[in-house]
Design a protein around this ligand. Structure first.
Ligand SMILES: [Zn+2]
Length: 190
């Protein structure tokens, strides 16, 4: 990566933003949506969603894995979700998985013996039974599994039951750029 170019781009971007926008952003954030996705470099959330600064509260983890709720071992992921829901009061959470995900591949096929931290992060996420052996289906089943984990967070369950929060599963196809959304029995194009 050319870091000089990176700094130049950052300066130009800051320069092209109006003072009014900067002032508004500095006053605080009121995002309506939390977006949880993989750390994969091929996912550019602003490009997928068209989100402007201040509208999307993001959490990126290896494999968009959401750890189970437990206060015995609080995690950065839990803290970030808690902040989004209880402090910022987001009304939507999107969990977005993607095709060709290395973490999902590792869940099903291993190949991460040399990555002890990744092994520890993924090991408890036992893959669900998927009848279709295609990676895409595994990836989509993986998103569904994360939704189940998220819906077991007590404050998430409470807000969803009260109609104050909606939780969505998305799947991003790296090759086509298409996004599909989790419906009851399948992922359907958005
Ligand atoms: Zn991934």
């Amino acid at each position: 990566m050319d870091f000089h170019r990176f700094v130049q781009h950052a300066r130009e971007h800051a320069g092209s933003r109006s003072r009014a926008v900067g002032k508004k952003l500095a006053a605080g954030q009121q995002p309506t949506t939390m977006f949880i996705t993989c750390a994969d470099s091929r996912i550019v959330t602003a490009a997928i969603t068209g989100a402007e600064p201040g509208s999307l509260f993001e959490l990126r983890t290896a494999g968009n894995v959401i750890p189970p709720y437990t206060l015995t071992v609080p995690s950065s992921e839990m803290a970030t979700i808690e902040f989004a829901v209880l402090q910022l009061g987001v009304s939507e959470i999107v969990v977005c998985g993607h095709s060709h995900c290395g973490a999902v591949g590792a869940l099903h096929g291993g190949g991460i013996d040399h990555l002890p931290a990744m092994r520890g992060w993924l090991r408890p996420r036992a893959p669900r039974e998927v009848s279709d052996p295609a990676m895409r289906s595994e990836g989509q089943a993986h998103v569904r599994a994360q939704l189940d984990v998220l819906l077991a967070y007590p404050f998430v369950a409470e807000k969803v039951a009260a109609g104050a929060l909606r939780v969505h599963g998305w799947f991003y196809d790296i090759e086509t750029g298409e996004v599909s959304a989790c419906a009851e029995h399948a992922f359907l194009p958005l």
